[in-house]
Ligand binder design. Structure first.
Ligand SMILES: O=P(O)(O)OC[C@H]1O[C@H](OP(=O)(O)O)[C@H](O)[C@@H]1O
Ligand SMILES: Nc1ccnc(=O)[nH]1
Length: 506
């Protein structure tokens, strides 16, 4: 069918076109099907429908298709129904619980990277692997395919150190401390992070407040060689490019399937050529890993995958049942991390955890003797060398090295959540805390988040503030406050959990 072009200058991240319902019926395609567009070259695009935005006889070309075809308003193109990509059948196999071959995984990752799959198809794949986990072989092939589909780094100097957390515990701003501690001790640590996946602020979301985080592989190498470390966003590089496309679909689902998590993390480590890696596995109720047994199993899986890929991986099972430090959400977390670097002031949970993991890396990189790493990490924080190194990192990434915690602005709309009665905090619900922080606007509104005045095990008096919610928009604050009051994230000794009413005649 010949159709006239209507350019739509909206970027949708993949080849997509929009047809009038009448034309779509005539061609015989449904929403989400593909069409081949033939002109001087042929490309395949995913179809959207509309009744009124596009008139019959026209085809809306979103930015990416328009750029590729270089067609102007009312020029014509010829379109045909096209086969679905082979990956959709491969995804179906995963949904049926069947195992995939290396070739199938390579095809799937290629289609993800080339934007040939609709989000709903990627969501189906992720959900299928959430239900039917991949085997060790499949996970290794997935990781290798993710590494091979992008750029890799090859440093002349070794060892290359790296750190990653599987996430799942709110407030986990430790990379902002660990990277400068390690780099300040002469080791190279080119750290790539993702944005939030199940949380309210990933390391990339945090670092972005202090400096740009979008760099390509060559720039990451150059900056690391110059100052020893970087803190950049993995999604902006062409390093393991499938990763961020999968994470974008995981985020609204708030899931991080086991095999995807392994591949996502280890592909980033493999691609930058890491020799020694420390993995943080937050463990406990409300995290991705419910108990120590599960944590040990994941640690073995990570070590085993590292071994297959030629990396030395050590894991730290860490306490995750309540947040790290007292802040959740980008700006609040950055302030807390900067205070530790500036004056060694801050919550024990943050300092202890950061120094322990940094210490492991210092020992693995042979700049600290056995069992000496923790002390060296604390010393590097106390003597200001970590702060000085962090300033160098901020500067080389294009940020302002003179920034202090006082310069970071938080949301102007705040409300305190008050203790319902006297008692002790018996539990904190991580997932609820993240939901409330997300309702307040985190991670996209950088100033949104939570300041925890009270934590697990601490006593409180009726009427005391348990936490303050911060938001950049009043409506978001109201939503978050309503949610926090309806279902509290704190379980206080002696409090009534919920009132469940009998059915009443109206
Ligand atoms: O949103 P959830 O799933 O909690 O965790 C995701 C976070 O965990 C990892 O942290 P890091 O890069 O090791 O600091 C990721 O890179 C990301 O920032
Ligand atoms: N799935 C993931 C969890 C944590 N970090 C990542 O980069 N990816």
């Amino acid at each position: 069918m010949q159709l006239k072009v209507q350019p739509i200058d909206i970027k949708v991240g993949k080849y997509k076109v929009i047809l009038n319902t009448i034309d779509a019926k005539e061609i015989g395609v449904n929403e989400g099907d593909r069409v081949r567009i033939r002109d001087h070259e042929t490309l395949t695009a995913i179809v959207d429908f509309t009744e009124d935005m596009i008139s019959p006889g026209m085809i809306g070309l979103y930015h990416e298709v328009k750029e590729a075809l270089n067609k102007e308003w009312t020029e014509t193109v010829e379109i045909f129904p096209a086969e679905k990509p082979k990956s959709t059948y491969i995804i179906r196999k995963t949904m049926d619980g069947q195992k995939l071959s290396k070739e199938e995984i390579d095809i799937l990752v290629k289609d993800i990277v080339e934007e040939n799959l609709a989000e709903i198809e990627i969501a189906a794949f992720l959900t299928a692997t959430y239900i039917n986990d991949m085997t060790d072989d499949e996970t290794e092939w997935l990781t290798r395919a993710m590494i091979d589909s992008g750029d890799t780094l090859d440093f002349e100097t070794h060892p290359i150190m790296d750190k990653h957390s599987i996430g799942g515990v709110p407030g986990n701003k430790i990379s902002l401390l660990i990277v400068p501690i390690v780099a300040a001790n002469g080791l190279l640590i080119p750290k790539t992070s993702s944005r939030a996946i199940t949380g309210a602020g990933g390391t990339a979301d945090l670092m972005e407040i202090l400096a740009p985080v979008e760099f390509d592989a060559a720039e990451i190498k150059r900056m690391t060689e110059e100052v020893g470390g970087v803190l950049v966003w993995g999604g902006a590089t062409n390093i393991a490019p499938a990763d961020d496309k999968l994470i974008k679909v995981e985020y609204p689902l708030s899931i991080d399937p086991h095999c995807q998590m392994l591949a996502s993390i280890m592909a980033k480590k493999g691609a930058i050529g890491a020799d020694h890696v420390v993995m943080d596995i937050p463990t406990g109720p409300g995290t991705k890993i419910k108990n120590v047994q599960e944590g040990r199993k994941l640690a073995r899986d990570l070590i085993n995958l590292g071994d297959r890929l030629g990396m030395d991986v050590d894991c730290a099972l860490t306490y995750g049942a309540s947040p790290v430090g007292r802040t959740i959400g980008p700006a609040l977390e950055v302030i807390e991390a900067l205070k530790v670097l500036e004056s060694f002031e801050g919550p024990n949970s943050l300092i202890e955890k950061s120094a322990s993991l940094a210490g492991m890396l210092l020992e693995m990189g042979n700049v600290a003797g056995k069992d000496q790493g923790y002390d060296l990490a604390i010393e590097t924080l106390k003597n200001g060398k970590a702060l000085a190194k962090f300033k160098e990192i901020i500067k080389i990434q294009g940020g302002n090295p003179d920034v202090t915690h006082k310069d970071i602005s938080v949301g102007e709309f705040t409300e305190d959540i008050i203790a319902p009665n006297n008692g002790y905090i018996l539990e904190m619900d991580n997932k609820r805390l993240v939901q409330i922080a997300r309702l307040a606007g985190a991670p996209n509104d950088k100033g949104a988040g939570l300041l925890l005045h009270k934590k697990h095990g601490e006593p409180l008096k009726e009427g005391e503030t348990m936490m303050t919610i911060y938001a950049e928009k009043k409506s978001k604050l109201e939503n978050a406050v309503k949610s926090a009051k309806e279902r509290t994230p704190f379980i206080v000794e002696g409090m009534m959990l919920e009132r469940i009413q009998s059915f009443k005649e109206i």
